[in-house]
Design a protein around this ligand. Structure first.
Ligand SMILES: Nc1ncnc2c1ncn2[C@@H]1O[C@H](COP(=O)(O)OP(=O)(O)OP(=O)(O)O)[C@@H](O)[C@H]1O
Ligand SMILES: [Mg+2]
Length: 1076
């Protein structure tokens, strides 16, 4: 997207009419047309925006556009309504100036659309947040509601606003919207009952009938068919591009957002339905005795339905359509209504009902959008009021509307001129007055309190006696005759007497926007806006609460005999308030122009546009703007824009901007009368001067662009070249390094090869040399030794005796042996020591081994010689144990290191066994705790086992009582297993005295010692046989009568690592021994 930096850049035509050269009506319109043809619908006159209706949607209202115009200076970008909205919003927010946006133009020129664009722009740029967004949404959604009830399709505009609207949007100090207030002006209520050909009633009627659900319609007693309703014109019921049903949904949704309750919406729709029903009530004449006709309701069905809908008593309303109560001087009189009067009453009721409903809607919306906070607000007012109207047949409404437009034009003239003047004074520039048409005189003609048209109309309405539209016209003719803007056939001014374009029942006013012919018919009635009191009272009696609210004057308790203010009076007052309000605010103008009458895009009708340009006084506006100086600009921006035109100011001007501009303009030889220096701005008298400057700037920019391009290209190429060069150096350096590294590696490895070959060759040479030298040395030594030997032997031979050789030999042998024996001295005397020096000489081989054996035997003997008697006995026992068990029983090796203590119970010292000890007749050789195996279950019970020279005793462990005492001669044999268990069986000789009890199966930790001692007693006693010791894993034991086999098996016993005995059956006891 092309970004413009100034209004003056790339402009189609001129964006600001102030710069138009030459300035006349034709060039003005040409410029508008030119821009319109290029889709540029906005053009400025200074700060005024001219908006042409494009009659199609243009892509210029996107969020991107909003962003583009946000916080930009007014003249910075091409003309746009957003620029004006932004300017207004920013000066409201930042400079605390209340703003008003005045949108004018004729019907269909785009005022309502423009007002919506302004509102949506402000909504888009102002603050955000949940609360703020809700306020924004409510403000924006008030539009569809008011448009549905206040807009209608007319010949000029398919969505023509039939009321004036002024909306104050209130902001807080940050510029966030707080709420708003809407004022409405004069709804065109005559439309409710009658619409000109080709036009429609207000949108809401069609929307309701097309969009409401069947259920709703049934409740409202309505029919979807438009043709059933008298008040709805049929010829243009359906409008192209309007979807009434969809609009109805939009309106309902909008009402909900704005804050209408469901019941309120329902009430509103009921009143709309009531208006339609009212239109269908028809009357017929009924002759009375007094000769007058009296009206009667023709078909009561619609009346009934309407009364049901609103909760009105049918008879009351029916009577109100036939009679009228007149009160005069405290007297009440009832007069009958004829059919015409009944229709008048009906229509008056419908119009009043609808217009009051519309005002109620505005009040209700205001309640919702009212700002909550009580703090001071900043205000932005948006005025979208009906445009100037010239119809073929103009009545009271057009008169009022055009009066309003006159007032707006007045305020426009006043404010623009004042602003212009103020600027000159502010800037200290001399001001020359400019002639322009001031329409104050027309406003005076209409609103003057003494002889203004409105005042006279009111006078007529209030005057007693017969008052008609004609009497009003007569009055005008007499009083306004002299006025230069008033024209009438019956005027005293004879020049209109023959003017056939001016009918007798009309008067003509020369408005600022053209002459308008008004037909006086209906002026009095419309101004009176009379509604018979019987009708308002009937309405007040309704049970429908909204209806009662709308007709408060119907309350019989508050009968007010004073006439209500006339419509004209009310309107004048409200316009007066509006004008005062606008004058306190900073005005921003949008002048809407309609390009053609056909409501189509792309057509630009010169005559139509010319007419609007003329009556809007746009060319004059430009002239006023240019009266002194066509163009003005702050010094800073001027200098910034044109500084390239002068060498002194380019590229930087260091001094004050004003001096810079002075230097610049002098340097450019701009004639001095062409500009003036204000306080902060430079004023340029002629647009041509500005264009010359612009032209020179453009040329200069081209040169500058070329220069910049040149320098940039040079810089770019140079940088590129330098980069390439730098890269090349780096690449070359790396490559060289790489190549040199490779070369070096090759040379290095070649050198190494050569070096190793040479070193090898050298080493081999040296080795060869050394070997040779060594051999030489050896040979020399050998030769020398032999030679010496020979020499010595030769020398000594003569001194040797015959046996000297033997002696020397013996001596040598003796010395050798001596040395050998001395060497043996190092061996210790321990029998355990196995060490023995190595044999030193081969010839001592046999002697060396023998000597070792003899020495060992000798030192054993020596060792034994040191033993005492007890120790000897102990060793003898150990020896015996070894003879019995070594390599036979696995338990044996563990017993070798344990000394045989004999008395493990310390029976002599222990007082516990004193009794037992004394019972023993001989010396106790062994006392120990054993387990006696129970023959029944294989379990052991502890017993004391005592052994003496002649018997062994088993005693109770606790009591010490002797259980069995067996003389050793009765013991036949002892059986033990080959394994590491401590079980042993003491078998008794058959037939001996002790044998009756059976053999003993015992187990002991000291099995080896017990058996050894038993065996030893057997060997030492001369009177007895030796005890047999039977070592096998299966043996028989005699228990009383039975013989039981005791069998030892290897395996993991359940209870720990000791052997366990278990009785398997009658004949088998099984002992499982843990595997080693
Ligand atoms: N900026 C725009 N872009 C596109 N279409 C537009 C624009 N302005 C106006 N129109 C079209 O012109 C029609 C008439 O515009 P609008 O209702 O704003 O006229 P108005 O000046 O308010 O007339 P009235 O005085 O009858 O209310 C719109 O319905 C729309 O179709
Ligand atoms: Mg409008």
């Amino acid at each position: 997207m092309e970004v413009k930096t100034s209004l003056l850049d790339n402009m189609i035509g001129v964006g600001d009419m102030v710069l138009l050269e030459p300035l006349n009506e034709d060039s003005f319109i040409m410029n508008l047309r030119n821009r319109f043809d290029h889709n540029e619908i906005y053009t400025y006159i200074g700060s005024v925006v001219i908006s042409m209706n494009p009659y199609r949607s243009l892509p210029i209202y996107t969020p991107q556009k909003v962003e583009e115009y946000r916080n930009r200076n007014f003249y910075e970008l091409s003309p746009h309504i957003y620029a004006l909205a932004d300017e207004a919003y920013r000066s409201l927010r930042d400079q605390d100036k209340d703003q008003c946006i005045l949108i004018t133009g004729e019907s269909g020129a785009g005022k309502t659309e423009a007002s919506k664009l302004v509102m949506s722009y402000v909504a888009a740029v102002c603050g955000k947040g949940q609360e703020v967004n809700k306020v924004k949404e409510q403000l924006l959604q008030s539009n569809p509601v008011l448009e549905a009830f206040g807009n209608a399709k007319t010949m000029r505009n398919d969505n023509s606003s039939r009321f004036g609207k002024y909306m104050d949007i209130e902001f807080d100090f940050k510029g966030d919207p707080l709420g708003g207030v809407i004022s409405n002006y004069l709804l065109e209520k005559s439309r409710v009952c009658k619409q000109p050909r080709g036009e429609r009633n207000f949108h809401i009627f069609y929307q309701l009938l097309s969009g409401a659900s069947d259920d709703t319609l049934m409740k409202l007693k309505l029919d979807r068919d438009f043709s059933k309703y008298n008040y709805l014109s049929l010829d243009s019921a359906n409008v192209n591009g309007l979807d009434d049903a969809a609009s109805f949904r939009t309106v309902r949704n909008a009402m909900q957002i704005v804050g209408f309750m469901e019941a309120e919406v329902q009430s509103v729709l009921e009143l709309v339905a009531a208006v339609l029903k009212l239109g269908n009530i028809e009357f017929k004449p009924e002759s009375r005795v007094n000769g007058f006709d009296e009206s009667r309701v023709k078909d009561k069905n619609d009346l009934k339905e309407m009364c049901e809908l609103l909760g009105i008593e049918q008879s009351v309303l029916e009577r109100a359509f036939s009679y009228r109560t007149v009160e005069a001087k405290m007297e009440k009189m009832s007069t009958t209504l004829n059919v015409a009067q009944a229709y008048y009453a009906r229509d008056a009721l419908a119009k009043n009902l609808y217009s009051r409903l519309f005002s109620w809607l505005v009040t209700r919306i205001n309640e919702s959008i009212k700002a909550q906070a009580k703090t001071r607000h900043k205000v932005m007012g948006v005025l979208d009021i009906y445009g100037f109207e010239i119809f073929e047949d103009n009545s009271f409404e057009q008169f009022i509307i055009n009066y309003c437009n006159e007032k707006l034009q007045q305020i426009f003239i006043e404010l623009t001129l004042r602003e212009e003047q103020e600027e000159y004074i502010r800037e200290d520039i001399e001001w020359t007055n400019i002639e322009y048409f001031n329409n104050a005189v027309i406003c005076d003609l209409i609103e003057n309190n003494q002889n203004g048209i409105l005042a006279m109309l009111d006078e007529e309405c209030l005057r007693p006696g017969t008052v008609t539209d004609d009497t009003f016209l007569d009055k005008l003719n007499t009083i306004c005759a002299e006025h230069q803007h008033f024209e009438s056939r019956l005027n005293k001014n004879s020049k209109f007497l023959t003017d056939h374009s001016l009918p007798h029942s009309c008067f003509r006013i020369q408005h600022y926007a053209g002459k308008v012919l008004y037909r006086v018919e209906g002026f009095v009635d419309k101004n009176n806006d009379l509604l018979y009191r019987d009708l308002s009272q009937a309405m007040y009696k309704a049970t429908h609460s909204l209806m009662r609210q709308l007709f408060p004057e119907g309350n019989p308790a508050k009968v007010n005999l004073k006439r209500p203010p006339t419509a004209g009076f009310q309107f004048k007052a409200s316009v007066g308030v509006l004008m005062k309000n606008l004058q306190t605010k900073n005005p921003n103008y949008i002048r809407c122009i309609k390009p053609n009458d056909k409501k189509v895009a792309h057509i630009f009708t010169d005559s139509l546009v010319c007419h609007q340009v003329r009556y809007l006084g746009l060319v004059e506006n430009v002239r006023v703007r240019r009266a002194g100086y066509a163009f003005r600009q702050p010094y800073e921006s001027c200098l910034e824009r044109y500084k390239m035109l002068c060498k002194k100011t380019w590229p930087h001007w260091r001094g004050p901007a004003r001096d810079g501009v002075e230097v610049l303009l002098t340097d450019c030889s701009v004639p001095t009368e062409e500009f003036a220096y204000g306080r902060s701005k430079i004023f340029i008298r002629n647009p041509r001067t500005l264009f010359t400057l612009e032209e020179r700037r453009r040329a200069c920019l081209e040169d500058l662009a070329t220069l910049i391009q040149k320098i940039y290209r040079g810089w770019k190429s140079r940088t590129h070249f330098l980069l390439l060069k730098k890269s090349q150096v780096v690449v070359a350096a790396w490559y060289r390094r790489y190549a040199q590294q490779n070369k070096y590696q090759k040379i290095k490895s070649a050198t190494l090869v050569m070096q190793s070959f040479i070193r090898g060759w050298k080493a081999r040479n040296i080795l060869r040399q050394l070997k040779y030298e060594k051999r030489c040395k050896e040979a020399v030594t050998t030769i020398a030794a032999y030679w010496h030997g020979t020499q010595v032997r030769r020398e000594y031979r003569k001194f040797f005796r015959a046996n000297a050789g033997k002696k020397i030999y013996d001596f040598t042998i003796q010395r050798i042996m001596q040395k050998y024996f001395l060497g043996l001295k190092t061996t210790t005397m321990s029998p355990m020591d196995n060490s023995w020096p190595a044999k030193p000489y081969g010839f001592l081989e046999g002697a060396h081994t023998q000597l070792r054996r003899i020495f060992h035997l000798w030192r054993c003997k020596k060792y034994r010689g040191q033993f005492t008697e007890e120790k000897k006995a102990v060793y003898e026992e150990k020896l015996e144990a070894s003879e019995i068990f070594k390599d036979k029983k696995a338990l044996y090796p563990s017993s070798v290191s344990q000394p045989f203590k004999g008395d493990y119970l310390e029976i002599q010292k222990n007082p516990k066994y004193q009794k037992l000890n004394s019972a023993m007749e001989e010396k106790v050789l062994l006392a120990d705790l054993v387990n006696k195996i129970n023959r029944a279950n294989g379990k052991g019970s502890p017993r004391l086992f005592l052994l003496t020279k002649s018997n062994f005793v088993l005693a109770d462990q606790k009591t010490g009582q002797v259980k069995a005492s067996v003389p050793l001669p009765d013991l036949a044999s002892v059986s033990v297993s080959t394994q590491s268990d401590g079980f042993f069986a003491l078998k008794l000789k058959e037939g001996s005295a002790s044998a009756s009890k059976g053999d003993f199966l015992l187990s002991s930790e000291h099995l080896i010692e017990i058996i050894t001692k038993l065996h030893r007693i057997g060997t030492t006693a001369a009177d007895r046989d030796q005890i047999n010791i039977d070592i096998s894993d299966e043996f028989l034991v005699q228990f009383k009568q039975d013989k039981v086999c005791v069998k030892f098996i290897q395996g993991g016993p359940k209870n720990g690592n000791s052997a366990a005995c278990k009785r398997k059956n009658n004949r088998l006891l099984e002992v499982s021994v843990p595997s080693p």
